[in-house]
Ligand binder design. Structure first.
Ligand code: DGJ
Length: 725
């Protein structure tokens, strides 16, 4: 109902068509419910950015890009013009969107408007170099309901000569002229991903990137920028997220001329992509948006968009099941009897998907052998996997299996047979991180082989879910068979073939679901999210650490895909928090359990069973509702998040106390997103209402006065379900 109203409001709207072209001024205006984006063709044929901000409804208000003058011989006009997609050519010294070298060594590239086409919500603008037929199509897709514009470019060599691309970016996002902007982004490392930063943007460049072949734990490919005045629920926020799981780069740049620009796409580091006459290169999608009401509203826009438009199956994809994963309980020591025992216990807790992790194949008893040999280990599983899978299915659970298809150990049959399949520089030392090497997926034979292995497993067994792991970064990225000129195509070819394998697998096995894991959060981005149902944000499952990881994660990604396991204590940092604290942390995403169930006491089992049942009651709200980050784990000693169901009937508040001091009471937590006029029934999840807590409150009271939760001591946690009456 809600959706229909929005659609009608949009259809009859004052904003006009999502894509408008004003011929008289040569201006393109892209409009969604939440924002507008405009650019135009200058008299010289260059594309110049005009506007990015709150919705505009009248293209006529905009003027053709004004001609600028050189300020000095050191400050040419090109540096003051906000170009939409600048080639590296002429006197341009900022980060280019495209840089090429022609066969004859010529490197100047000045792009001019050639033509355009509008088809529904999609605009294609074709550019061409001033001298030769190097062509670029800029593609803009508008998602009117979601406030998102998708941009990417296709670079086409229509000349008679070879050329090499040295930098291929997807888009340049120009912010309104000014200074004082702040950048929000995440950085991290293995087991400490998604640490959030807000910092001023100064003149010069700030580079967020991966040179590691995969998305990486160190930075994640999204940005948010505000004018220095935004908070969680107020202030304008411009944002973007790149859909690429290989080497990527986002350059945030403040020029000396009061311009902030964000250029993003494939990383130009070690990049060389030859294009023969007739060849093309397509850059990854770079999604962007503008939110009027703070970081929270920007995140909610991204979450909705991802759920409906990015994830496989979109809005009709199922809610994520509660899963059990055996890794932290057994590591490599898996066998049929042990897994069956865990499955029996998991089923009793209400688990719906049982995933067997590493160690089930080849000679894989530790991380030194067997990787690449995807045959069931006969000692561990004498009847193959069927016995275990049938057992899991008979308990009413689906079965999932861990795989790491891109890798080999040197000690494996696959490596002995195909030593040439691994990425390497011949004659040079080879780094074997975690004792493993990377198969060169850019090779057609390797791609076919990996598809074949996974297809066979999915065809032979009733496997509902692959946990697709990737446990090391690239190094020595050689591809000798490709030849010197083409060898660096590996950076792009690898990712494209990875995507292709998953796409084909999913097409052939429509019920198959996939989790993206790369030693935790090393492969989380909108490119892989088009193809997977869940991601593993971090190998760090320590509940208190997770609060910050989950906060950073939800800036860009929906809680629906945020796999979160309850594991044993003491965990990382030697910390031991209660089982209900661990559950409440993990119930804020796609709940899983990774604890050793053989060690559960009766009381643990009772707590876990109750928490899983509660999670099932609230999971639609958590996974598909609106998230409000009320109190940040980076701030005080209380963290609080609230989820509001799409239809507004249910809301859930989670709150965590870190370390009480001086007997200080937790202040009332003010909720958001409720109906002021409605009355809500309050139900504490852990059966512990705060002193004096009533059973019902109005939305107005909950949002303006707030709710007292009575959290005390160290690592106390609670959650409250609110049902609209
Ligand atoms: C790294 C993953 O992040 C873990 O969850 C586990 O699957 C191990 N790999 C297995 O080797």
């Amino acid at each position: 109902m809600h959706r229909v109203v929005i659609m009608l409001a949009f259809a009859g709207l004052a904003f006009g068509q999502p894509v408008q072209y004003l011929e008289s001024k040569k201006i393109f205006l892209l409009t969604t419910r939440q924002n507008s984006y405009a650019f135009g063709v200058g008299n010289d044929g260059a594309l110049r950015h005009l506007y990015w901000g709150a919705p505009l409804w009248r293209a006529d208000d905009l003027s053709a890009p004004a001609p600028r003058r050189d300020v000095s011989s050191f400050d040419p006009r090109q540096m003051m013009e906000a170009e939409e997609f600048p080639g590296w050519g002429g006197p341009r010294y900022y980060e280019p969107a495209l840089k090429i070298t022609r066969d004859d060594g010529g490197r100047d590239l000045v792009l001019r408007y050639a033509s355009h086409r509008i088809e529904g919500n999609e605009l294609t603008v074709n550019l061409r170099d001033i001298n030769d037929a190097i062509e670029v199509s800029l593609i803009y897709r508008v998602y009117p309901e979601y406030g998102i514009v998708r941009r990417h470019a296709i670079i086409h060599n229509s000349t008679q000569h070879n050329l090499t691309i040295e930098s291929a970016q997807s888009a340049v996002w120009n912010l309104p002229a000014g200074e004082g902007y702040q950048l929000t982004y995440v950085s991290g490392r293995w087991a400490a991903e998604d640490q959030l930063h807000h910092e001023p943007i100064y003149e010069g460049q700030k580079v967020l990137e991966s040179r590691k072949g995969h998305t990486s734990h160190n930075f994640n490919p999204w940005f948010m920028i505000d004018a220095g005045d935004a908070g969680e629920e107020h202030g304008a926020v411009w944002f973007g997220a790149l859909a690429w799981s290989g080497n990527w780069r986002i350059t945030v740049e403040q020029t000396p001329y009061r311009q902030v620009r964000v250029t993003g796409g494939m990383n130009s580091f070690d990049f060389a992509y030859p294009l023969k006459p007739g060849d093309s290169l397509e850059t990854p999608a770079f999604y962007g948006g503008y939110a009027a009401s703070g970081f929270g509203s920007a995140s909610r826009m991204l979450h909705r968009f991802e759920r409906d438009e990015i994830l496989p199956g979109g809005a009709s994809s199922r809610l994520r099941p509660v899963l059990y994963n055996s890794w932290e309980a057994t590591t490599f020591n898996v066998n049929e009897a042990g897994q069956k025992e865990l499955a029996d216990k998991a089923a009793k807790l209400g688990v719906e998907l049982f995933v067997m992790d590493d160690g089930w194949f080849g000679a894989r008893n530790n991380d030194r052998a067997g990787l690449g040999d995807w045959v069931v280990n006969p000692q561990k599983f004498p009847q193959g996997l069927k016995g275990l899978i049938d057992h899991v299915n008979s308990l009413g659970m689906d079965f999932g299996l861990w795989v790491e298809p891109e890798m080999v150990n040197a000690n494996s049959d696959l490596y002995r047979k195909h030593p040439d399949w691994v990425i390497n520089f011949p004659g040079r030392p080879r780094s074997e991180l975690r004792n493993q090497m990377i198969l060169n997926l850019a090779r057609e034979d390797v791609k076919q082989y990996i598809f074949g292995v996974l297809d066979k497993l999915a065809s032979e067994y009733n496997i509902r879910y692959f946990k697709w792991d990737m446990n090391r970064s690239f190094s020595e990225p050689g591809w000798p068979e490709a030849g010197a000129a083409d060898e660096r195509k590996l950076w792009v070819g690898y990712v494209r073939n990875l995507y292709d394998i998953i796409d084909r697998l999913r097409a052939k096995h429509p019920k198959l679901e996939i989790e993206s894991c790369s030693g935790g959060g090393g492969r989380v981005d909108l490119g892989i999210l088009r193809r997977v149902d869940e991601v593993w944000p971090s190998d760090n499952t320590e509940a208190f650490d997770r609060l910050r990881i989950q906060e950073g994660f939800t800036y860009a990604y929906t809680p629906k895909v945020m796999s979160a396991w309850v594991t044993d204590v003491p965990n990382m940092n030697g910390r031991a928090v209660s089982l209900s604290y661990r559950f409440l942390v993990m119930m804020q995403g796609a709940l899983g359990i990774g604890a050793n169930l053989n060690k559960f006491s009766e009381q643990d089992t009772a707590t876990a069973t109750r928490m899983v049942a509660t999670y099932k009651r609230i999971r639609a709200t958590v996974q598909t509702g609106d998230l409000y980050r009320l109190l940040s784990p980076r701030g005080d000693d209380v963290t609080a998040s609230q989820y509001v169901a799409g239809d507004g009937r249910q809301s859930v508040l989670f709150a965590f106390r870190h370390a009480q001091q001086y007997q200080t009471a937790v202040p009332a937590i003010r909720l958001r997103g409720l109906d002021e006029k409605a009355v809500y029934k309050i139900e504490p999840v852990n059966g512990r209402p705060a002193p004096g807590q009533q059973q019902q409150y109005s939305g107005a009271y909950l949002m303006n006065n707030g709710l007292n939760l009575g959290l005390r001591g160290d690592y106390d946690a609670t959650a409250v379900i609110l049902e609209r009456q």
